[in-house]
Design a protein around this ligand. Structure first.
Ligand code: ADP
Length: 536
């Protein structure tokens, strides 16, 4: 009894095991055959224990006449053909009767060395021998599905079987067949991984590697022979570089935290950049216990992506430098003209526009340069000194008061005592705070309030800039930090100076200092942009 129960439990664990599902799989198999072979008709026969063939699923082209329409002799012929196929284990073909063009084909269906049925198809032309392999392959899948359907049906028939009868023994055998079929289907996922260009390996939590695909073997310069007794650390050793020199520590961290480990690797002896990712795989069907199953190692060739990024960054930086010189002259000479008293009134007005616009252009170029420059900086290069963020906030608020006043916006600083210092680069952080306050002023209507505050959290100091402005729609919230991303708003001022770089600069600076950015916002009510920096 225990054995039978266990078998039922195991086979249901692997599949939903319902008659409907099994049947729809049979039908879908026939449809696939129809797509590639363009059938007149297909009938799937199930073989009962007494050897009789009964129809389990069928598919008919709407235009063709069917075997069933009163032509019992044809039906019988078809069955005979199938029986012959089952007996010989071969595909049997036969020209259709006089008056009809085409061929009948009978294919035996076997699962676990047992004939489970046969497939009878009629096609419009002659059977092409090249289709033999295809038919056999689809047949293997149909046989598995057919056997599963049979097992489902008998489960429904004998929900209370007497466990000692011969029927119970049959039932156990049947379930084992289902299990074997499911096991081979479970393996398909892994086989499919051999087709992807990314390198993939799976490691059990004892370090053994049950699967590694050929792309990863190639990346790691491992031969098939060496792959046989490869373990996780031997594999990771082949990927050691100056940034990935302690594989054991990386794996330990992944196991401890469950957070994936990611690095970009460059090897001295080959060109290109490779993205390495080591992650813990969890049982998704079991949300509660959150049990880790195994580790996944993924290596991807990101050379092209890096090249494009570099190219883009170089181009922006080159262009900005080249544009700077002419703009400086335009700006300088227009300022000189403005100062000239003899200039007619209208000319003066035009020159003032030229001066203002060239200054605007110059500010935009500076933000381009600031972001690209920052991106290239190593973390060590940022000059960190102990810094009081509340002081930075006070200075920024003071500097931006004139802009706020122009828009009749009340810009206030919420005082807070006892804020510990952080280690940061003063000019970068000032610029970041200034970007946030500037945005709050620009994206708020007149006569509203912008509040800037500093607060101490557990291990960090938080700076928040809160406005009662336009807010940001939910779909844009995650994207505002991206480079060049701008939110389009109804009734937006066309002249609004906007590059979409301000916030990406803020995030870049904050993350380089080991902090994080955050945004709470609601359209029409306002936004609260904030960032934290680790306290000293
Ligand atoms: P820019 O302001 O130059 O367009 P940012 O990166 O600073 O670039 O901002 C990106 C977008 O986020 C802006 O286009 C703007 O629509 C939106 N945004 C930024 N700050 C605010 C704010 N305080 N309130 C509403 N929208 C904002």
């Amino acid at each position: 009894m225990r054995l039978t129960e266990k078998l039922i439990e195991s086979s249901t664990k692997l599949s939903s095991f319902s008659v409907e599902e099994a049947r729809s799989r049979l039908e879908s198999g026939l449809k696939l055959l129809d797509t590639v072979l363009s059938l007149k008709e297909a009938i799937l026969f199930q073989r009962e224990s007494n050897g009789n063939l009964v129809s389990a699923a069928r598919l008919r082209a709407s235009t063709s006449t069917s075997v069933e329409t009163g032509r019992n002799s044809t039906w019988r012929q078809g069955i005979k053909l199938c029986e012959r196929a089952i007996k010989t284990g071969e595909i049997i073909t036969q020209e259709l009767d006089a008056g009809e063009l085409g061929t009948s084909i009978a294919l035996p269906l076997r699962h676990e060395n047992r004939a489970v049925g046969a497939l009878l198809i009629r096609i419009n032309n002659q059977f092409d021998n090249e289709d033999r392999a295809l038919l056999t392959a689809v047949g293997a899948q149909l046989a598995r599905s057919l056997q599963r359907e049979e097992a489902c049906k008998s489960a429904a028939r004998h929900s209370r079987i007497s466990f000692l009868s011969a029927r119970a023994a049959d039932r156990r055998l049947e379930l084992l067949d289902v299990l074997n079929g499911l096991l081979s289907e479970q393996g398909f996922g892994l086989s499919a991984l051999s087709e992807v260009s990314d390198g993939m390996a799976i490691a059990y939590l004892d370090g053994t590697i049950p699967y590694i695909n050929s792309a990863l073997l190639r990346f790691a310069h491992i031969t098939d022979e060496q792959a046989r007794d490869l373990n996780l650390f031997a594999l990771l050793d082949t990927l050691r570089t100056s940034v990935f020199h302690e594989p054991a520590i990386a794996v330990r961290r992944v196991l401890q935290t469950g957070v994936a480990y990611e690095r970009e690797l460059e090897f001295p002896d080959r060109t290109g950049t490779f993205g390495l990712r080591i992650s813990l795989v969890f049982d998704r069907s079991d949300q509660e216990s959150h049990q880790p199953l195994c580790l996944a190692v993924n290596v991807r060739d990101i050379t092209r992506v890096k090249e494009h990024e570099q190219l883009k960054s170089d181009m922006i930086s080159l262009m900005s430098h080249e544009l700077r010189t002419p703009i400086t002259s335009i700006n300088g000479f227009s300022e000189l003209l403005i100062a000239d008293d003899q200039l007619p009134e209208q000319a003066k007005e035009f020159v003032t526009i030229i001066a203002n616009e060239s200054q605007r252009l110059s500010r935009m170029i500076n933000s381009f340069l600031a972001v690209t420059k920052l991106e290239r900086k190593d973390k060590q290069e940022v000059l960190k000194i102990p810094l009081r963020l509340d002081e930075i906030v006070r200075e920024t608020v003071m500097n931006l008061q004139p802009i706020a006043k122009k828009k009749r916006i009340r810009l206030v600083e919420q005082p807070n005592q006892r804020i510990p210092p952080v280690a940061a680069d003063k000019s970068l952080i000032s610029q970041a705070v200034s970007n946030l306050v500037n945005n709050a002023i620009r994206y708020s209507p007149e006569r509203t309030t912008v509040t800037v505050s500093t607060a101490l959290e557990a291990e960090a100091v938080r700076v928040s800039v809160e406005d009662r402005g336009f807010g940001i729609p939910p779909e844009a919230v995650d994207r505002v930090w991206e480079k060049f991303y701008r939110v389009v708003r109804e009734g937006q001022d066309k002249d609004e100076e906007s590059t979409g770089l301000g916030l990406s600069f803020v995030r870049e600076v904050v993350e380089q200092h080991g902090g994080a950015v955050d945004l709470e916002t609601e359209v029409g009510r306002g936004s609260k942009f904030s960032f934290t920096l680790p306290r000293l």
